[in-house]
Ligand binder design. Structure first.
Ligand SMILES: [Zn+2]
Length: 471
């Protein structure tokens, strides 16, 4: 097995709404081995998770972890010994149902141990408690799960709202009824039929735990080379599959050339998903059926697929508590997806897209309403939108429109060659921060301190920023 490309990006386009990021006090899980059986018709999962930690768990330590509120722990084993554990329900914002089971036990073993086995089972009913766009559930539609931040389907050693972590999944075995196919993240090692079940084995290394997802549906699979397309068995979906595959392959390659290098995955998966299932999870992209079936007819389908793919090529790591975290995580893909699309659709297309974006941005600033007349979240500076407000602002206000207008301003003011060098330098960074971004801009556009401050730290939009005054 070749060493998989580092899977880093995860983002999603669904909303996490809770106040502020906290520091995690729980033991750091470094590796998971999962063996899970899904029974979609019963809305149920059952299985085992073997969790390995960065530091040995010392005798007498109180160990705590979280699982979805409808999941109960059957038993916990440490060094082969069953341990007594208590469970209580707690509020947990980083889970779609907002309720988690907090499981706690005292490490009673005779010696320190680095791993533990958790046997658990239960249901995943749908819930709109946090947001109607939370599609997570297990039912006759299939298995529709994400991870920390969305649905806790394996033991999570992170307190609610703490910053995410990278972990390994050295072996993940997923069992579903034979008429279903399952997609995890990372590398699909094997997939075969065993006793009337489709069993697939996966691995993923160095992955952001928020980027993990697991989906199983009655899919057909179009697989060629490194890119596999999982679509529903209806003629409209089947008909679009090849076009989606071809577009995705060329768009992945264009992003790899222009944006963060070395993110082209060795395997990539594009899934047809239910409503609200437009997601980007490491090397897995989801597109909701309505857009899937219109691919090639409705340009919005292509834009959404491009946006989800672009996520993993612009995700420069940044602390969730950094003032520019939301700008980087959701603002960047909202501009750079269009910039790469402009290589296909042309500069004139990009100009008209920016014109429409500026028009709607200016109207939103004046009315406080979106184009459907719905109330928008309050106008805020780009460096005031918190990581947990991404769901509130993305695709609605400021994160998409003001970010795109800012980068276009830099592109015009710097000129083609300097801007190209700036963009290259930006995506060669291994980590970003507010200060680092500002310094980089001023390196390639000396003297723009005041304008950069206005763009990032105020809500002003002076006349000289307007597209008509830039051209
Ligand atoms: Zn997005």
């Amino acid at each position: 097995m070749t060493t998989p490309t580092l899977l880093v990006a995860f983002f999603v386009c669904a909303g996490l709404v809770s106040p502020g990021v906290v520091a995690n006090q729980l033991p750091k899980a470094t590796n998971y081995e999962l063996d899970i059986t899904f029974e979609p018709e019963q809305r149920r999962l059952s299985g085992m998770a073997r969790v390995t930690f960065a530091e040995p768990l010392s005798v007498g330590d109180t160990i705590r972890f979280y699982l979805h509120g409808e999941i109960s722990v059957d038993s916990i084993k440490q060094s082969g010994v069953i341990v007594e554990a208590s469970t209580r329900k707690v509020f947990y914002h980083y889970s779609y149902s907002m309720i988690a089971n907090q499981i706690e036990f005292v490490h009673a073993g005779t010696d320190d141990s680095l791993a533990m086995d958790v046997f658990y089972s239960g249901l995943f009913n749908r819930s709109a408690a946090r947001s109607p766009s939370d599609y997570m559930r297990i039912d006759s539609d299939g298995v529709l799960l994400r991870s920390y931040g969305y649905s806790l389907w394996f033991p999570i050693f992170l307190q609610d709202r703490s910053s995410s972590q990278r972990v390994d999944f050295s072996r993940v075995s997923l069992r579903v009824p034979s008429d279903y196919r399952c997609v995890f993240v990372g590398t699909k090692e094997t997939e075969r039929l065993v006793n009337g079940h489709a069993v697939s084995i996966w691995s993923a290394y160095g992955i952001d735990i928020m980027a993990v997802q697991c989906t199983a549906q009655r899919w057909e699979v179009l697989s060629e080379g490194w890119l596999s397309v999982y679509h529903l068995p209806d003629s409209a979906s089947r008909d679009r599959a090849a076009a989606i595959r071809d577009f995705a392959e060329s768009f992945h390659n264009r992003c790899d050339e222009r944006l963060i290098r070395g993110r082209l995955p060795q395997q990539a998966f594009i899934m047809e998903m239910p409503e609200f299932g437009d997601i980007s999870s490491a090397n897995v992209t989801g597109i909701s059926s309505s857009l899937w079936r219109e691919f090639g007819h409705n340009p919005y389908s292509m834009f959404t697929l491009a946006h989800e793919i672009a996520h993993s090529y612009v995700h420069v790591p940044i602390d969730h508590s950094d003032p520019l975290a939301a700008f980087v995580i959701e603002g960047f893909p909202s501009y750079f997806d269009d910039l790469v699309l402009a290589d296909i659709l042309g500069e004139a297309w990009l100009r008209s897209k920016l014109d429409a974006l500026e028009e709607s941005y200016l109207s939103k600033r004046t009315t406080g309403l979106d184009r459907y007349g719905r109330k928008l979240p309050p106008e805020k500076c780009l460096d005031q939108i918190g990581f947990d407000e991404i769901g509130t602002y993305k695709d609605r206000f400021i994160l998409t429109d003001r970010t795109s207008l800012l980068f276009n301003y830099l592109r015009v003011k710097m000129g083609a060659d300097t801007y190209a060098a700036f963009e290259r330098a930006l995506f060669d960074y291994d980590r970003l921060s507010d200060q680092r971004f500002r310094n980089l801009v001023l390196t390639y556009l000396p003297g723009a301190d005041n304008d950069l401050h206005i763009w990032l730290s105020t809500t002003e939009y002076p006349e000289r920023f307007k597209l008509s005054n830039l051209r």
